[in-house]
Design a protein around this ligand. Structure first.
Ligand code: HEM
Length: 521
């Protein structure tokens, strides 16, 4: 920005606006689908952006529009034609029936910087590179066998998390902070073989990384002016978006570099303070091995390797943190449910005589599973699931051209009164059937905590065991209360509209040790 005088900026704004206006009027989007419902008040150049840009909660604005326009409608976001779907039937069509057509992500400016190309799994367009990266991710990094190999480390990290909570007993505690530290350390160990925070003095570092993540995740939603006029460079600079993206991606890559530095120390044979994964490979070890194999369709460069491992780290930490944050928020606001879930965990663990939660207890915790599932329904980490069509396709009789951005409104579908009675209430009992709690997905597409189809979350096994083990530990060892003077309805429930929808205001709770179920490190 410093290189441009305000006069030049203003002049280029006026000239470009005029050109854009002319082009916009010449080129109509979605020419083959004039009958798609669409909100009125489409303005020149910005299209429908003014309808939701100020509030910056597009999932809610789109839900309100769906009430008037129906479950499928078209909106023009600057230069980007987009379609929003808000019913389980349409979600199924996008994520399952026409999965192949909608297997790309929107191409957004921030992904080019943050995901180095993009060369990661999350943002790479559907093509040979993404297919290979995704295959490595599913068969090597996140396979059931690999997830199994990390369980011993997860057990240790849950214990470290419990000791941190124990040290805060009786005190108002920023649980968002402790949850983030737990997830970061565990995923750092899995990805890089080292913890992010080796000791408690490193708390500031964790807070800093959390702020970098939140910033990057917000930028990666692709809901900024710069992304709606991506053929032109100036809106990104003029609105300050491009400098923000550059700064955010630099901060993230610096943080990842710092962890890499630690890793290279670990690789030295006589390194001290090393934390070896019980002889297991971490993600970098695996990727280096795969890089050398001769059956790769596309060569894997060092930069690609870096992009994939950073992606696993970011895509793993924030959704797991957000999910845990919301589960504890929902439980703290609903003491009846908290008590019932605690009774279940305590009875299962007590019957085993182990005095601590172990992996084999988890499958017995059916009510806890229902609690987690209900919290995921109310607070999906992807409020809008973003896709892009690679070819033309028909949805509900409407023709959707190639290169249309599609948003599956996960937030609206999960709270649809036609699908759930009292949809805004936290009622885990709605998932009491054996069939309901066999996993955290919904076969009817009524809510999609892990997305779906070939672009669905490959970290399902990894994320779900992490969340369950941690919640079981927190429920077994501690009693929980909101801070003095704070009632259930005072808890701020706003989310950050980011790639993972974390809680906007940190969750503060007061843990208390329970004598019968004390945590002994
Ligand atoms: C509770 C934890 C988690 C939740 C709720 C979650 C949720 C999601 C969702 C909703 C998507 C988008 C899916 C779609 O577009 O259909 C996604 C994608 C993804 N997730 Fe997860 N996730 C979790 C944990 C993880 C973990 C632990 C990892 C890896 C270590 C991971 C890696 C990824 C990747 C790489 C993608 C992009 C996949 C692609 O575009 O091909 N996730 N996740």
């Amino acid at each position: 920005m410093a290189n441009f005088s305000p006069e030049i900026l203003f002049l280029s704004f006026v000239v470009s606006t005029a050109i854009l206006y002319m082009i916009n009027n010449r080129r109509r989007s979605l020419p083959n689908s004039p009958s798609l419902p669409s909100p009125p008040n489409k303005l020149p150049i910005i299209g429908h952006l003014h309808l939701f840009y100020k509030e910056r909660k597009p999932h809610k604005s789109f839900a309100k529009l769906a009430e008037k326009l129906g479950p499928i409608f078209y909106i023009q976001l600057g230069r980007v034609p987009a379609v929003v779907v808000s019913s389980k039937e349409l979600a199924k069509q996008v994520l399952k029936t026409h999965d192949q057509v909608f297997a790309s992500r929107p191409s957004i400016l921030s992904a080019k910087y943050v995901s180095v190309g993009p060369a990661d799994v999350t943002f790479s367009p559907n093509g040979p590179y993404w297919r290979q990266a995704r295959k490595i991710c599913v068969t090597e990094l996140l396979s059931p066998k690999r997830v199994n190999s990390f369980k011993v480390v997860l057990d240790e990290e849950v214990n470290r998390f419990m000791s941190r909570v124990k040290a805060r007993c009786g005190l108002e505690t920023d649980m968002s902070d402790l949850i983030f530290a737990f997830c970061t350390d565990f995923f750092c160990l899995a990805a890089f073989g080292v913890r992010f925070m080796e000791d408690e003095d490193e708390g500031q570092k964790s807070k800093y990384l959390a702020s970098v993540f939140i910033e990057v995740e917000e930028l990666l939603t692709g809901f900024y002016y710069g992304d709606f006029f991506s053929e032109w460079v100036w809106p990104g600079w003029l609105t300050g978006y491009t400098p923000r993206v550059i700064k955010g991606s630099r901060n993230l890559l610096n943080a990842v570099d710092e962890i890499f530095d630690k890793t290279s120390k670990r690789k030295q044979p006589l390194g001290t303070g090393a934390f070896l994964l019980h002889g297991n490979e971490d993600f970098i070890d695996v990727l280096r091995r795969v890089q050398k194999s001769d059956d790769l369709d596309v060569p894997l460069t060092d930069d690609n390797l870096m992009a994939i491992v950073s992606d696993m780290f970011v895509a793993g930490v924030d959704p797991s943190t957000a999910t845990l944050e919301w589960i504890m928020t929902d439980l703290a606001r609903h003491p009846r449910v908290m008590k019932k879930a605690q009774e279940e965990v305590r009875s299962v663990v007590t019957a085993s005589g182990s005095g601590r939660v172990e992996e084999n207890h988890i499958h017995q915790l059916k009510y806890m599973k229902a609690v987690i599932k209900e919290s995921m329904r109310l607070h999906p980490v992807n409020l809008l699931i973003p896709r892009e069509s690679s070819d033309k396709c028909t949805l509900e009789g409407y023709e959707i051209p190639a290169k249309t951005r599609i948003f599956v409104n996960n937030h609206a579908i999960g709270r649809d009164p036609k699908l759930f009675t009292n949809p805004h209430d936290f009622i885990p009992e709605r998932f009491q059937q054996e069939e309901d709690i066999k996993d955290f997905k919904d076969k009817d597409f009524r809510f999609m905590p892990f997305g779906g189809g070939r672009r669905g979350c490959p970290g399902y096994g990894f994320g779900s065991i992490t969340v369950q083990w941690a919640v079981a530990g927190l429920l077994y060892h501690f009693d929980w209360a909101l801070p003095r003077g704070v009632g259930p309805s005072d808890v701020d429930l706003q989310e950050v509209f980011g790639l993972a929808a974390r809680k906007r205001v940190p969750l503060v709770l007061v843990p208390t040790g329970n004598k019968g179920y004390d945590f002994k490190s």
